[in-house]
Design a protein around this ligand. Structure first.
Ligand code: SF4
Length: 336
C-alpha cells in the first residue's frame, strides 16, 4: 500500500487551542464552527502553546494546529525599513494572524517563530479602537497581511472582509492586502473601495512550483487579478522577492510577458520590485533545521543585520526586471 509521509500526521487544525476568555467571542465562534470535528482545548494564554520550548517549526508545518487568542498590545508596528512604504509618511503594519498555510522557502516566518502553528487574534475590535485614535491624528497606510497570507485564510476567518468594512468608514486609512492566493472570490461580494489595495505577489511559474509550496499558480493569481480589476478594485503587483536562480532572466521575462498579456497594464495601480532579503538571525535559525533548499544555502552578503544578494547581483536583478516591467507600465508607477 502506498502511504504518503503526510499520512502520518493529523490533518491541519485537527486541534484548536482557545484562550478561555475568547471562547465566546463572535469571531472565535465563527472559526470554531468551520471545524466541527476538531478537538478544542482551552488555554489561559496563547504563549503557553505557541512559545512552548523545544518545538520544531518544520515538523509542525506538516500538521499545523490552530490557536485562537486575544491581542493585548502592539496592535500596530512601524513599517520596517526593508519594506516599501509606497510614498506614505505614516506607514504601519498589523498582524492579525501569525503563520501561514503556504510554505515558501524564502519566508522569514520559519526563522522567526519556533512554532508553525497558526495564531489568530480574534479581537479585531481592539485593533479598530486603537486605529480610531491614530486616525484622529493623521492618515495611516497599513498593510494588514504581514506574517501571514490573510486572504488565504478568509474562508476560515473572515478578517479581510472586516478590515474592508472598517476601511469603508475611514477615508484617511489605506489598507493593503497582499496575497499569493487565488481566493479573491471570498471577498468578491464586497464593494471595491478607493482606499483598499489588493496586492498580488507575482512570481515565475518555476519559482511558484519550487519555492512557494502550496501557493496558487501564477495563472490562477493572474485570473484573480483580472477579475478584481474588472470589478473595480485597485491592484498592486509585487515582483518581490526576486530570486537569483539559474536562467532567471528567461523565467522573469516569461513571467512579465504572461502577466501583461493576461491583465490590462493600464489599470494597474503600481508595482514593486525587490530582491530576497532576510534578517540574519532568522536565516541562521532556518539553516539549523533545513538542508533541502538551495535558496537557504546561497552565499548571501550580510548587510546591516540582513542577508541578501551581493550588490552586483541585487542591482542586476532589480534593473533588468524593472526594465521588463517598464515596457508595460510607466516608470513612476514602479517602486524599487
Ligand atoms: S505566502 Fe508569505 S507568509 Fe505565507 S509562507 Fe509565503 S512568504 Fe510566508
Amino acid at each position: 500500500m502506498n502511504k504518503s509521509a503526510n499520512n502520518f500526521y493529523t490533518p491541519r487544525f485537527s486541534h484548536i487551542y482557545v484562550e478561555k476568555n475568547m471562547k465566546n467571542h463572535p469571531m472565535a465562534q465563527k472559526i470554531l464552527k468551520r471545524f466541527p470535528n476538531a478537538r478544542v482545548i482551552e488555554i489561559d494564554q496563547y504563549q503557553e502553546v505557541f512559545h512552548r520550548p523545544k518545538q520544531n517549526f518544520f515538523v509542525q508545518k506538516n500538521s499545523q494546529k490552530l490557536i485562537l487568542a486575544e491581542k493585548k498590545d502592539h496592535y500596530f508596528y512601524p513599517g520596517a525599513e526593508v519594506c516599501h512604504d509606497f510614498g506614505n509618511p505614516h506607514f504601519y503594519y498589523s498582524t492579525n494572524i501569525l503563520n501561514c498555510i503556504y510554505h515558501c522557502d524564502y519566508c522569514y516566518l520559519q526563522g522567526m517563530f519556533s512554532s508553525a502553528n497558526v495564531v489568530m487574534f480574534v479581537n479585531l475590535e481592539d485593533y479598530f479602537a486603537k486605529l480610531d485614535q491614530m486616525l484622529e491624528k493623521h492618515s495611516v497606510y497599513l498593510p494588514i497581511s504581514y506574517d501571514t497570507d490573510l486572504l488565504a485564510f478568509e474562508n476560515v476567518a473572515p478578517f479581510t472582509a472586516e478590515w474592508i468594512h472598517y476601511a469603508k468608514k475611514h477615508a484617511n486609512l489605506t489598507i493593503e492586502i497582499r496575497t499569493k492566493s487565488a481566493n479573491y472570490r471570498a471577498i468578491r461580494h464586497l464593494e471595491p473601495l478607493n482606499n483598499v489595495i489588493l496586492g498580488w505577489t507575482i512570481s515565475p511559474d518555476f519559482i511558484v512550483k519550487h519555492y512557494e509550496r502550496g501557493a496558487s499558480s501564477l495563472e490562477a493569481r493572474l485570473a484573480n487579478i483580472r477579475q478584481a480589476i474588472h470589478d473595480g478594485w485597485k491592484v498592486r503587483l509585487s515582483f518581490d522577492p526576486l530570486l537569483h536562480i539559474d536562467d532567471w532572466q528567461e523565467h522573469y521575462q516569461e513571467c512579465v510577458e504572461q502577466t501583461f498579456t493576461t491583465i490590462p497594464a493600464e489599470k494597474i495601480l503600481d508595482a514593486s520590485v525587490g530582491v530576497f532579503r532576510m534578517p540574519k538571525d532568522y536565516l541562521k535559525n532556518i539553516r539549523k533545521y533545513r538542508n533541502d533548499s538551495d535558496l537557504i544555502y546561497y552565499p548571501y552578503e550580510h548587510m546591516d543585520g540582513v542577508y541578501t544578494y551581493p550588490k552586483a547581483i541585487r542591482d542586476q536583478l532589480v534593473q533588468e526586471v524593472t526594465q521588463m516591467i517598464e515596457k508595460y507600465i510607466p516608470k513612476e508607477k514602479i517602486y524599487t
